[in-house]
Ligand binder design. Structure first.
Ligand code: S3P
Length: 427
């Protein structure tokens, strides 16, 4: 396990780019596998989750290549049964979306992942996919991976999901475009809509009506030419860092600002960080902007439970900001954090305590007692979770004695260049 020690090194200044969006990249790879012909994916996320998704489609017979100029090329079409178990490694998105994709393919597939992923729930995808007629089985009464998928013809259906989850919605849409007739998915709250925005680029129309999305199958996918925007969640680590390190002023170029993802920007403004967005444009159906942030005096706040699905991956950073805030921050309604790459309610609480912050852990969030700028520092175990590792590296930049992060290498899951990018902004 690698460790990284990050201490105060002065302000962050200048411009940077962040890696391509991980959610969008994974969708592009899986949809490309269904399209007859070559899909080009420029600006793909370079992390291990992307490699896991590429490994899966390759095993199913898609041809994958990559060049610096062209990006990732995926030649899809007719998929074949794999003679091996498909390994999504640490990627919940790859596992759950591939389950939807494979449910309609006429062969048997077994999907699994690393020790962390094998503890994460899959009933949430199995149950809605069964409404379309999918034949799926999983360990411990269909609760945990591995998942056995006996692919078969599916029938379009109206699905209402119980958990607000873009992974579940996307799994149903991936099955729905291969099913006979109309499939609709209605969610209890809006979640990221990258799949809906991407399908038309593969020639598949998508209709939206209130909280529901509808597709008609079986659809013929055309290969697409896609440009992936910068990953908003990767950008958020740098935005948080610049917010808490005195004197900082950074600009991040070409960041995806899909409104289903950006509640963290509203949060930054509310707690007193100086934020500006400019150069707004649209890339492959996704809104993109340059984001400038300057350090501010951070205040405590209450995060509205309704905002949680739109800032789910940024909640570890909300907690870090809360630690550096004046006053108390309350986060509730975030029980989904318990089933991410780690139990993030617990790993964040343990991390904050380890660096000298008072925190009450609730079943669905925290109450964090901010210490203004006066954080001691210490040693934090990232529990193999990339977002926990990066969140505490950020905190280290403003903690008096610095922070040692155990398991720092997990950052490679979503952002292998994280530490270098951070160093490049330190003047
Ligand atoms: C993702 C959706 C979210 C998010 C995850 C990526 C996606 O998970 O936490 O990092 O790509 O669809 P849920 O949909 O399970 O909330």
């Amino acid at each position: 396990m690698s460790r990284a020690r990050i201490g105060p090194r002065g302000a962050l200044c200048g411009e940077a780019r962040v890696p391509g969006d991980k959610s969008i990249t994974q969708r592009a790879i899986l949809l490309a596998a269904l399209a007859s012909g070559t899909t080009r994916i420029r600006g793909a996320n370079p992390g291990l989750d992307t490699r896991a998704a590429l490994g899966i489609v390759r095993q199913l017979g898609a041809r994958v290549s990559a060049t610096v100029r062209e990006g990732i090329l995926v030649r899809g079409g007719t998929l074949q049964e794999s003679d091996r178990v498909l390994d999504a490694r640490n990627s919940g998105t790859a596992l759950r979306l591939a389950t939807g994709l494979l449910a309609a393919q006429p062969f048997l597939s077994v999907l699994t992942g690393d020790a962390s992923l094998r503890r994460r729930p899959v009933a949430r995808v199995i149950e809605p996919l069964r409404v379309l007629g999918a034949d799926l089985t999983a360990r411990q009464g269909d609760r945990l991976p591995p998942i056995v998928v006996r692919g078969r013809p599916l029938q379009g259906a109206a699905v209402i999901t119980a958990v607000p989850s873009a992974q579940v919605k996307s799994a149903v849409l991936l099955a729905g475009i291969q099913a006979q007739g109309i499939t609709s998915v209605r969610e209890p709250a809006f979640t990221r809509d990258h799949t809906e925005r991407m399908l038309p680029h593969f020639g598949v129309p998508v209709e939206r009506e209130g909280m529901a999305v509808r597709v008609r199958g079986p659809a013929t996918l055309q290969p697409a030419d896609l440009e992936v925007p910068g990953d908003f969640s990767a950008a958020s680590f740098l935005l948080a860092a610049a917010s808490i390190v005195r004197g900082s002023d950074i600009t991040l170029k070409g960041v995806g600002v899909n409104p289903t993802r950006t509640a963290f920007l509203d949060h930054l403004e509310r707690v007193g960080s100086g934020l500006m967005r400019g150069n707004e444009r649209v890339t492959t159906g996704e809104p993109v902007a340059d984001l400038r942030v300057r350090a501010g005096k951070i205040r405590g706040t209450r995060v509205a439970p309704e905002a949680v699905p739109r800032l789910i991956d940024e909640l570890p950073l909300v907690a870090v900001l809360a630690a550096f805030a004046d006053g108390k921050t309350v986060v509730r309604g975030a029980d989904e954090l318990r089933v991410k790459e780690s139990d993030r309610v617990a790993t964040v609480a343990a991390g904050l305590r380890a660096i000298g912050v008072e925190v009450e852990e609730h079943p669905d969030g925290w109450t964090i007692h901010g210490k203004g700028g006066r954080i001691r520092g210490g040693t934090v175990d990232a529990a193999g979770d990339h977002r926990i590792a990066m969140a505490f590296m950020v905190a280290g930049l403003a903690a008096r004695e610095g922070i040692t992060v155990l398991g720092a290498e997990s950052a490679r899951v979503s952002d292998p260049g994280f530490l270098n990018r951070l160093r490049g902004l330190l003047r």
